[in-house]
Design a protein around this ligand. Structure first.
Ligand code: GDP
Length: 453
């Protein structure tokens, strides 16, 4: 089977630690689905990890969210930006699937294709498959997203205003429209669309929707997407049976998950491992390796608790070196030290088989580096990550301090060639989370990565 690696070592990088579940998985298992998920508050660099795995993948899928995600992938010096397209679309041999759990704004999808076409996306129309069960995001959802946010006053959630939350709300209230509605009888589609408009007008009487213009637009769009629309559950079932390598690209991240994140400061879908099964129709027994992507430090967009936040110069240094500005929103991200309490919780939810540490190079200039290893609330040590942001704001953090390496690591390609202090930092992450580290990112470029043997 093409592109399957199997590392000889059966241990993580910390070969001396007996507590680590040490069995190293094959990178992509035939007949099993490989998953890449964020472990923190998003923006971990999942795009690069997915891109690496794409070399061995036949199919790359998105299972949740919409164009509120923001992946960037650098190939041959060209930077692609993806919001809803699975980033596997950059690889000419890869099929790209947008699953039933995704909500799709079709005009935005085509704009995204257009923007990336200048770098080349060979044969993309033949390689993109869209689930007939996926829900549509309309312009009215985007308008309503903004209206909801403006009504929240000082309790802003920080939505990307892409209409994702309102589209999932329509799905839950059973008046959403799906791709299969668009593909079917257009009169029925028109009637359902009018119902959706009426429903929103009852909440927002001033909502202005040009129904006939919108319907005309969708009449044209449906012919554009018709060749791409299919029952992706069936497609993936067959692909699994044929032993194809299937890769799932998680968007957002575990601590933004609607169930496991700090509600209401969450996204509107399950971006942890469960969303893979519900968002693609994949049975849990077919899930193989689950890669957790860990940024070597921590960032958060918007308000809320951030126990390991660095507010002064060090935070600014992380932000500047790490280019911590949102791809989708353009908003600056808050920065702080890595949080192992969060990572352990993330592992509980997802059962990671391996970790990919990204952006280690951003820490190259620090004299000392810290990891938050325990939380205390009202003097009591917490056993796990809190459910509420109110409590997260109040915790006190116990840190473990590591000496910095003050060496440029960008050109390093072997774990053994990393400065001893950098090795120790990565080993500590492996130890604290209890999951072997598979990759370490040391730069923006596609090949700036260390595969740990
Ligand atoms: P995502 O939201 O998790 O998909 O994050 P992206 O894939 O968009 O990555 C965020 C940014 O981090 C992008 O600009 C990447 O090029 C960059 N990045 C990823 N890995 C590394 C790394 O190891 N070092 C550095 N310096 N940048 C990285």
């Amino acid at each position: 089977m093409a592109g399957i690696y199997s590392l000889s070592s059966t241990r993580g990088i910390n070969g001396t630690n007996e507590n680590i579940p040490v069995k190293r998985p094959k990178i992509i298992e035939s007949g099993k689905i490989t998953v890449v998920l964020g472990t923190q508050w998003g923006d971990e660099g999942k795009g690069k990890v997915v891109d690496l795995l794409c070399d061995s993948a036949d199919v790359v899928c998105r299972c949740q969210g919409g164009n509120n995600a923001g992946h960037s992938v650098v190939v041959d010096g060209k930077e692609y930006f993806f919001h809803i397209l699975p980033s596997g679309i950059v690889n000419p041999h890869c099929m790209a699937v947008i699953g039933n759990g995704v909500v799709i704004h079709l005009p935005n999808l085509f704009e995204e294709v257009e923007k990336n076409l200048k770098h080349g996306l060979p044969n993309w129309e033949k390689r993109l498959l869209i689930s007939d069960r996926a829900h549509l995001v309309f312009d009215l959802h985007q308008t309503v997203d903004g209206l909801h946010e403006s009504k929240r006053g000082k309790n802003l959630i920080g939505t990307t205003k892409k209409g994702i939350g309102p589209a999932y709300a329509s799905k839950a209230t059973r008046n959403g429209l799906r791709i299969c509605d668009l593909m079917g009888n257009f009169d029925n589609f028109s009637e359902k669309f009018q119902n959706l408009v009426d429903h929103h007008k009852r909440m927002f009487p001033d909502l202005d929707v040009d129904v006939s213009a919108e319907l005309q637009k969708y009449k044209e769009l449906r012919e554009k997407i018709r060749p791409m629309v299919t029952d992706t559950v069936c497609y993936l079932h067959k692909a699994t049976k044929e032993g194809k390598n299937i890769l799932i690209e998680g968007a957002q991240s575990t601590i933004l998950d609607i169930d496991f994140g700090l509600y209401p400061y969450v996204t509107s879908s399950n971006c942890s491992v469960g969303g893979v099964c519900t968002g693609l129709g994949i049975p849990p027994c077919n899930v193989g390796n689950v890669f957790g992507v860990v940024k070597a430090y921590l960032t958060r967009v918007g308000k809320g608790g951030f126990p390991t936040e660095l507010k002064e110069d060090l935070g600014q240094l992380l932000a500047t070196r790490g280019g911590e500005i949102g791809v989708t929103t353009g908003r600056p991200r808050r920065c702080g030290w890595l949080d192992a309490v969060m990572l352990k919780f993330s592992h509980m939810v997802n059962g990671f088989t391996s970790l990919a540490i990204t952006k280690l190079d951003i820490l190259d200039v620090f004299d000392e580096i810290k990891i938050g290893v325990a939380y205390y609330l009202d003097g009591e040590k917490l056993e796990t990550f809190p459910a509420s942001d109110e409590n997260l704001k109040r915790v006190e953090v116990e840190y473990k301090t590591f000496p910095g390496w003050r060496t440029n690591t960008e050109e390093t390609r072997k774990f053994a060639d990393l400065p001893r202090e950098a090795q120790d930092y990565c080993k500590a992450i492996e130890d604290l989370v209890g999951v072997p580290v598979w990759w370490i990112g040391v730069g923006k470029a596609r090949d700036s990565i260390i595969q740990v043997h």
